[in-house]
Design a binder for this molecule. Structure first.
Ligand code: SF4
Length: 347
């Protein structure tokens, strides 16, 4: 049995249940890095190239945390997960494409990376070949990999169902894997509190409804975003994110754009933002954007223009970087909430 480390950031927030189940089924031990902390961020800033965006720096920090605890780090090279043709030539952002190379070159004393290329272009069944390639590194047979992959896909479906019902990813992960150490701690209880607020159905009782869109690794990582979801919860705001929408609902929005962006996570953020802008019950949109993110220079402007077009839906853009602190975020979020309450009273 090998110990396989998974960094708790980037695609972790969408694919952890799939990856963990697959590796568990193959008989491997999965170790996840803890939630981002000052120590992890500082290490990432030290190791990563200067002009990387904060999520990439954070990833370096998580990889460094795992390095002396595992035999392999699971760092697949994510290229595309949706079929070409349906989605043009959509890929993950270039930093995802080069991530395993960046980490390998800049973080000292890393164990081997499992950096299998994930490029699904023509047929969803390509995932079984990818699973077999990963299994090859671990000395597993193609048949075992296929079986483990099927199980992983089943759990992934359950995960998506939980997200669609309004559960936030960290909570959904905790529900699926209740025995993981992180699921019993304070972070988990706070997530629970958030989820309760997210799911309140009555607008009057629950206060404002705000859609928070952006990359999952920016929205759900409390440390790098100054705890924005927790702040909203404390203000009795119901939070909606793009990850609570099915692919079908998200993809519908593509038709309303002259052109989609080239990048998978960017498209999800844009489509989610567009969807919520058209919802009457949504009082405002917050876009959490990462400093030094190339794709976000397009995404943020696009969302701002569209928010203005859709009956001037109030829109707040919050940029996070390694210096982001809770105080700065709180001031902006509170001012936004005050403005929304004032607006609601006037309408
Ligand atoms: S999309 Fe932006 S924030 Fe995400 S990895 Fe790429 S550059 Fe960084």
């Amino acid at each position: 049995m090998s110990k396989i480390g998974i960094p708790r950031t980037l695609a972790y927030f969408l694919y952890y249940p799939l990856w963990k189940t697959f590796l568990d089924e193959l008989g491997e031990e999965v170790i996840v890095s803890p939630p981002t902390s000052r120590e992890i961020l500082d290490q990432g800033v030290k190791d990563a190239v200067n002009d990387a965006c904060i999520p990439i720096k954070v990833y370096h920090g998580h990889a460094a945390w795992l390095r002396d605890k595992v035999d392999f780090i699971f760092s697949p090279r994510l290229v595309s997960v949706r079929l070409f043709g349906d989605f043009g030539t959509e890929t993950f952002c270039p930093k995802f494409l080069g991530l395993p190379d960046m980490v390998r070159l800049t973080v000292d004393k890393l164990p081997p990376l499992i950096d299998t290329r994930v490029g699904i272009k023509k047929d969803p069944k390509e995932i079984f070949n990818i699973a077999a390639d990963i299994g090859d590194v671990l000395g597993k047979s193609a048949a075992d990999c296929k079986k483990a992959c099927r199980k992983g896909l089943e759990v992934h479906k359950k995960y998506q169902k939980l997200l669609s019902s309004g559960v936030l990813p960290p909570d959904a992960i905790a529900q699926l894997f209740p025995n993981e150490p992180e699921t019993n701690n304070k972070v988990r209880r706070e997530e629970h509190q958030r989820q309760r607020l997210v799911r309140k159905p009555n607008r009057e009782e629950a206060g404002l409804n705000i859609a928070v869109v952006g990359y999952p690794y920016a929205i759900y990582d409390d440390y790098i975003n100054g705890g924005i979801l927790g702040l909203l919860s404390k203000e009795n705001v119901q939070v909606f994110t793009q990850d609570m929408l099915s692919d079908k609902v998200l993809n519908r929005q593509a038709k309303h754009l002259l052109k989609s962006t080239f990048w998978y996570f960017s498209n999800r953020a844009v489509y989610g933002g567009l969807h919520y802008m058209k919802q009457k019950r949504i009082d405002g949109i917050i876009h959490v954007t990462a400093f030094a993110c190339g794709p976000d220079s397009v995404v943020d402007r696009l969302l701002e223009i569209e928010a203005h077009r859709h009956s001037s839906k109030p829109y707040l853009s919050i940029t996070i970087d390694e210096h982001t602190g809770e105080a700065g975020i709180r001031t902006r979020v509170e001012a936004f909430i005050d403005m929304l309450n004032y607006r609601r009273d006037k309408i």
